[in-house]
Design a protein around this ligand. Sequence first.
Ligand SMILES: [Zn+2]
Length: 392
Amino acid sequence: MKNEEVELINFKNVLKSVENLESPSRADIAKYLGISRTTSSQNINKLIDLQLVKESENNLIGRGRPGISLIVDKERWLALGVCFEDNMLFFSVVNLAGEIKEKKRVDLNSTNFNTFFQELCSNLRYFLNKFEKDLLPAIGIGSPGVIEPKTGAIIKAVDLGWYNIPLKKMLEDEFKLPVYINNRYRTMGLAEARQGLGKNYDNFIYLGVGNGFGTAIFLEGKLVLTTNIHTGGIGHIVVEPDGPYCRCGKKGCLFTVASLSVFEENTIKLLEEKHKKSILDNCKKVDMKTIMDAANKGDELARKSVIKVANPLCTVIGDLINIINPQRIIIGGPMGIYGDFYCDYISKKIANYYNTTEISIVQTQTDFFGGAVGAAYQVLDNKLELVLNKIE
Ligand SMILES: [Zn+2]
């Protein structure tokens, strides 16, 4: 390993210690990392010059030895993240603690890729200009579809009809900045891991349910990213061997019986059949959100429809528990965000079925902006290199 690489690793570890230890002094960091006080001090001084770390105003007096406590300078630098979900672009500008400083939602009138790309670029340009001096020079993206981890290309986003789009390269060419990209449900999971319901769990799964299914699997505190594009693609696990054909060629995939569009179709069919009075009878637009709202309020027909799509998902969650044994599963994506009854039903069914109290199944508390915050975390994870680049 080259000297500069070793230096950078040391430098990163010192920054991490400031983040992880509670207001440590230079001496605490030296002790924690097993490095000399001189190395610790030199690195801290460089981090202070880069405005990533600052000396705390409440200076601690260590046991018998004065030590100035250090904290992350969380407001100096900002990171930009974007997430695309359900015809909407969500932009978040966050500080180093991942707290949102500015956000914006842009509604698109089409899911045509060119429309998406134009709106994405014009809004990115707005944020890059507005926060020019303070932004870490990079862009974080939560994209639909299966993303090739090395190239950052969208291999396929079937529900949108997008195939083989080199999104990362296109954005890097356009803005001359590094672009970090992941599937949107993975960036939502990242936000849960850093500041949400996954924060205190090393092994957990974020399960995004919408028109497709996506997962962010965290093992030993790390998001599992393999080059196998099917990792975490639970939508094509067969749950009904004699079920309807799926566009992947198999029969009875989870996608064909439990996705958002199937949920809407099932409900409309139930409403057309003879049924007891339902809140949805007078509803102008029967869509996922209105059905979930009705189910949350106790509507019998809506609940029947929720249970029909929740049951096959429970089967797959059972498989995930058998294979991965996570400490927690967070149900998110549009169906999770709006589906209070849906998540509660799944949680109770799994608890009964698996007779387990060790695995908690919970409803996400992160909305779509969370996907943009998670996208920005991809930038924050590289803050040291980015600040070094920016001030060079
Ligand atoms: Zn399939």
